[in-house]
Ligand binder design. Structure first.
Ligand SMILES: Nc1ncnc2c1ncn2[C@@H]1O[C@H](COP(=O)(O)OP(=O)(O)OP(=O)(O)O)[C@@H](O)[C@H]1O
Length: 654
């Protein structure tokens, strides 16, 4: 049998060496002109995760004479070596937790998380990295992530336009969309919206899987990774998806995919099989030779039994009999490492790595589309989403108007007396709070969610984070300017803060700028936070001190002096100073309560002869206005630039 394998492999090697792409249309498409590069992928992977130890275990492990690393780290892949060649459709199988997804992620340099990885992945014998592998590969991930309000065609338009890029005409790219929609059998649903879980009904789970697959193969990658592409599909859909992958492999591409419980018909379409068990290699070789190997080590496939089910059941860890299951796995994986198949695999790997063929074009642009084109299509998608989801904008607008009217009614037509002066200060404080918290939470509650998809699309080289970030600013600036302007205008005139129109404009623009600083801060928090919950949890503890020390409550409340410096890092302080100076500087007289002798009772803030006196007493200085504005504008840019830089770093490290 092994000799058969050797013969067929020699034949295969000859075929591979003589591979002539001009003999047939290698892409299976009437549009695509890019030829697939024959890719032999080889690897040697080890991975560890840090164990979560209790305090007691941590202390014990410190003083224990055992190897500390065993307690602290759990190895989830152990010396997993492998090779997959062009034209092969390879299934990675194993029980749940065997390490399939981890291996796939290591092979394509994505989703590393907090794992410690020691891996050596090579393309045609050449050491590869994320940059090189993403140039040649597509990756259909386990969880489907889309912008749910778009239709299938709109999503594919965005992906195809950017992935095929400027070397294809627009007509060709549209033609490719038609081809791909047919290929993955989504013609019927091409105008259906994708949907968002239970919130927005759209495509079925299976259709989403096919859409994710279509998005990855649209530009004809030479190497395709799929993480459980058939889960959620009925048997006929699963069959047609694997047939499509088989077709890709027959065109000379290398296709590697993890798969759970394939039917026997589907399983037969895979020519190469990798079986993992407890992070070790239990089998790697031709699918057709696996029954022989398992039979030889004492686990023959029962008659009329699906071999795939048999391998997984044999290597599964039974919770009732964990010790024995682990022992069985050890015996089988040790047997495989001693087998001829394993030696042949190592020989193949060494042969490939001893003749490296570097076809990589280091100077090739990172993205297939130019920056202006990325900007254009990102803006197209953003406007489509805003246009198709008017409810979200309408709800925020309605919320803003209702809150503004409510505040306006509370402070309705403030009187011109001592109480009125105090209430004006209160009204300004509340408007400032609302302008900041409402819009900031609006950003923090949505941006981290968008980022998950942005990381993925950017990693897939669809677009760079730079145009994305620019489009985000361009598309959202008008919305937030209008909403904050609406809030200030309604409260200002209902409360009658100051009837001078010039003062109104000055205060309006200042508060709009302040809201923009808060939004920048929201973008920054979203960028540093690991997820949406952490981002939301971080907002209040950081904002509260900045708000408290902004100069609203500092008079006679016994705040220790050394805390006062905090106000200088608070954008509320600068805004508070600007709006107070504008509101009070031209006020000639502020009605004051007088005692029977005619002397002012200056117990309250409002008890001053004129506006200037009020400003001086509260520490607001007109001379500081230019500095206040400079600081606000600087903060606006600093938070956004920091957010952008952090996002870039995160994408590089993810
Ligand atoms: N970031 C992580 N932190 C801790 N443990 C992890 C992490 N990622 C994976 N593991 C563990 O590593 C092992 C392998 O996980 P992996 O997701 O690769 O398994 P799998 O074979 O793909 O399983 P499934 O078929 O259920 O998706 C599991 O025991 C899992 O709990």
């Amino acid at each position: 049998m092994y000799n058969d394998y050797q013969d067929s492999n020699e034949q295969y090697n000859n075929d591979y060496n003589n591979y002539n792409y001009s003999q047939y249309n290698p892409t299976g498409s009437n549009v695509l002109r890019n030829k697939a590069l024959p890719i032999t992928l080889t690897w040697n992977a080890n991975a560890w995760v840090k164990n979560k130890l209790s305090l007691k275990e941590k202390i014990m492990s410190r003083f224990s004479s055992d190897d500390d690393d065993d307690a602290e780290f759990k190895q989830i892949l152990t010396n997993v070596r492998g090779i997959v060649k062009p034209g092969q459709l390879c299934a990675i199988m194993g029980a749940s937790g065997a390490g399939k997804t981890t291996l796939l992620n290591i092979l394509n340099f994505r989703n590393k998380g907090k794992m410690i990885i020691e891996a050596d992945v090579k393309i045609n014998g050449v050491e590869t990295d994320w940059d090189m592998i993403t140039r040649y590969s597509g990756f259909v991930q386990q969880d489907d992530l889309f912008h749910g309000v778009l239709t299938v065609r709109e999503h594919l338009t965005f992906v195809t336009m950017l992935k095929l890029g400027n070397s294809y005409t627009k007509e060709e790219r549209f033609q490719r969309i038609d081809e791909i929609v047919q290929e993955v059998n989504l013609v019927k649903s091409e105008d259906t919206i994708i949907g968002v879980g239970d919130k927005l009904k759209g495509l079925s789970g299976g259709e989403k899987r096919r859409l994710a697959y279509a998005s990855e193969i649209v530009n004809n990658p030479s190497l395709l990774f799929c993480d459980e592409p058939t889960s959620g599909l009925d048997s006929s859909m699963a069959q047609s998806l694997v047939e499509s992958m088989r077709k890709l492999a027959d065109q000379g591409k290398t296709v590697i995919c993890t798969i759970h419980q394939p039917s026997s018909q589907i399983f037969e379409m895979f020519d190469t099989l990798i079986v993992l068990a407890e992070g070790r290699l239990a089998y790697l070789g031709p699918n057709s030779m696996a029954p022989n190997f398992f039979s030889r080590i004492g686990y023959p496939v029962p008659y009329l039994y699906n071999p795939a089910d048999h391998y997984i059941q044999t290597l599964a860890i039974s919770p009732q009999d964990r010790e024995n299951s682990l022992y069985k796995v050890k015996i089988i994986t040790d047997e495989f490492e001693r087998s001829e198949l394993y030696s042949k695999m190592i020989y193949d790997i060494q042969l490939t790595e001893s003749r490296p063929m570097n076809d990589d074009d280091d100077d090739a642009p990172k993205y297939n589309s130019s920056y202006p084109s990325q900007l254009g299509w990102l803006l197209w998608r953003q406007l489509k989403m805003d246009f198709k989801n008017p409810l979200a904008t309408k709800v925020v607008a309605l919320q803003t108007i209702i809150v503004a009217i409510f505040l306006g009614l509370i402070f309705l037509r403030l009187e011109e007396n001592e109480i009125g002066v105090q209430n004006r200060t209160g009204a300004l404080f509340i408007v400032l709070m609302q302008c900041n918290f409402a819009f900031l939470f609006g950003v923090v509650a949505t941006f981290p969610q968008d980022l998950v998809l942005v990381y993925r699309e950017s990693k897939n080289r669809i677009y760079s984070i730079t145009p994305y970030f620019l489009v985000k600013q361009i598309a959202e600036l008008p919305k937030f300017v209008i909403l904050s302007g609406l809030l200030v205008t309604i409260v200002y005139w209902m409360a009658g803060l100051n009837d001078d129109f010039g003062v109104f404009i000055q205060i309006l623009l200042t508060l709009i700028l302040c809201a923009q600083v808060a939004i920048s801060y929201g973008l920054f928090i979203s960028a540093i936070a690991p997820n949406i919950d952490a981002a939301l949890a971080m907002v209040v503890p950081i904002m509260m001190p900045l708000l408290i020390f902004a100069g609203f409550f500092l008079n006679d409340v016994g705040v220790p002096d050394y805390f006062i410096w905090l106000k200088y890092i608070s954008w509320f302080f600068y805004t508070n100073e600007i709006i107070n100076v504008y509101l009070w500087r031209n006020v000639d007289s502020i009605p004051c309560t007088k005692d029977p002798n005619g002397t002012n009772i200056c117990a309250a803030n409002g008890c001053f002869q004129n506006g200037q006196e009020f400003l001086d007493a509260n520490g607001f200085k007109e001379s500081m206005l230019p500095l206040d504005f400079v600081v606000l504008i600087l903060l606006f840019f600093i938070f956004r630039i920091l957010a952008f830089v952090i996002l870039r770093i995160k994408i590089l490290r993810s």
